[in-house]
Design a protein around this ligand. Structure first.
Ligand code: AMP
Ligand code: MG
Length: 409
């Protein structure tokens, strides 16, 4: 029998034992930094842009030269040849104007731009400004985007395409990021075959190797697959020991319950005795699906015994493992959510928190969540699901037509 703990207690236990784990720092090129977690703050050392520039196509002027200008009485300015974009212009004198394209540098002396639409040209070498401008108008100033000393991204930040743009603007070519936690994945079960095999008799294809591997990838970790392991004490123990040598985290799926062929607990107990800095944190979580989950620390490394049911294994991965992988890179993972109206009641009174998969649909900005009823072993239910609802253990289900939070999958 399992001595179950609440999901909140499980999170606390994980924090307490593994909260200090942090992978090493490595330096990667800018392109390779996408999706990685910053190891330190990025503080600008330069101005972006490095000069005052025009935000329109038009003429740089002394704003005071245009005061009082109108269609009836345009301001007449002598037009000087402009610099090409990307080149430094000569200073502009009072009474002069100069063409500057969008992004071109404002000549020294000029303090405003007039848009090309507000200027007439009668071919006499002069420009006639039909509307006044004001100091600073249509100018992007040096450092408007970023100035030296500004912290543009914090340590732990997950780098997105626009962040790579900011780093490029600052001329940052390599980025210090946290190494990806290496996560070993072992599928246990005598009934499992690899996906290229046609299952015979009572065999089934190994799903967890696939869902957990790509789950690890999308969490920012690096999966290492140890394949299918027979329900055998020695095989499982050896596979875990191999994985512990090469990995930062080990995920075992299947055999985590208390049946005769369930070896996870026995093997973990033996490893706890064999190695220092090892213990079982918990065995049993008050959550459905996912009750027979075992969490241990072997030689200071997290070793998870996940349930074999593919949906349970994946949801336990998402709930407890994925945040830990992120945290080991200094990143706080936020599970994306969506508020939605529940279409029908979800009954639940089994004394455990329930993770209920739902379909999501949107109409005129209003989201609806339709529960998908089914057994926890069925992976296809998760393919249909846009997310799941968490129904706390002390709540007797969720009521139709109420707003609920959907955890997106
Ligand atoms: P277990 O946790 O080993 O008792 O397995 C529970 C259920 O999940 C059984 O029906 C297993 O056949 C199934 N199962 C276990 N591991 C996998 C896997 N890797 N892929 C698909 N189904 C699995
Ligand atoms: Mg099994």
């Amino acid at each position: 029998v399992l001595n179950v703990q609440s999901p909140a207690e499980v999170e606390r236990a994980i924090q307490q034992v593994f909260g200090h784990l942090l992978t090493d720092i490595e330096s990667v090129g800018l392109f390779a930094s996408l999706g990685r977690m910053l190891a330190s703050d990025i503080v600008a050392e330069q101005y972006v842009p490095g000069f005052d520039r025009s935000t329109v196509d038009g003429y740089a002027v002394w704003a005071a030269d245009t005061f009082g200008a109108s269609f009836a009485t345009p301001a007449m300015l002598s037009c000087r040849d402009g610099a090409s974009i990307g080149e430094k212009p000569q200073p502009l004198e009072k009474g002069q104007c100069q063409y500057v394209p969008t992004g071109g540098e404002i000549p020294q002396g000029a303090d405003a731009m007039v848009m090309i639409e507000d200027v007439e040209d009668y071919g006499d070498g002069m420009k006639y400004v039909l509307r006044p401008t004001a100091p600073g108008r249509h100018i992007g100033f040096r450092g408007d985007d970023v100035s030296p000393g500004k912290c543009v991204m914090r340590a732990g930040w997950k780098i997105r395409p626009q962040d790579i743009g900011t780093l490029a603007a600052l001329g940052i070519q390599t980025v210090a990021v946290r190494k990806k936690p290496v996560v070993g994945i072992l599928s246990t079960g005598d009934e499992l075959v690899d996906i290229h095999v046609s299952p015979e008799r009572a065999q089934i294809r190994d799903v967890n190797t696939y869902t957990l591997s790509v789950g690890v990838l999308s969490s920012g970790g690096e999966p290492v697959r140890y394949g299918i392991i027979k329900d055998d004490y020695v095989f499982i123990k050896n596979a875990i020991v191999d994985a512990l040598r090469e990995c930062d985290i080990v995920l075992l799926s299947g055999g985590s319950s208390v049946g005769t062929l369930d070896y996870a607990r026995q093997v973990i107990e033996a490893l706890v005795l064999q190695y220092s800095d090892s213990k079982i944190l918990l065995h049993g979580i008050a959550i459905k699906p996912g009750k027979p989950t075992l969490i241990s620390s072997i030689r200071g490394k997290p070793v998870f015994g996940l349930p074999g049911h593919p949906m349970a294994a994946y949801l336990m991965y998402k709930t407890f493992v994925s945040p830990l992988i992120a945290q080991m890179m200094g990143h706080k993972e936020e599970h994306p959510t969506q508020k939605a109206i529940l279409s029908v009641n979800i009954p639940s009174n089994n004394g455990r928190e329930e993770l209920a998969p739902v379909k999501l649909s949107e109409k005129a900005g209003c989201w609806t969540a339709d529960p998908i009823m089914g057994k926890s072993g069925l992976i296809s239910i998760l393919s249909e699901a846009g997310g799941y609802v968490r129904i706390p253990r002390d709540q007797e289900g969720a009521m139709a037509n109420t707003e609920i939070t959907v955890y997106l999958l």
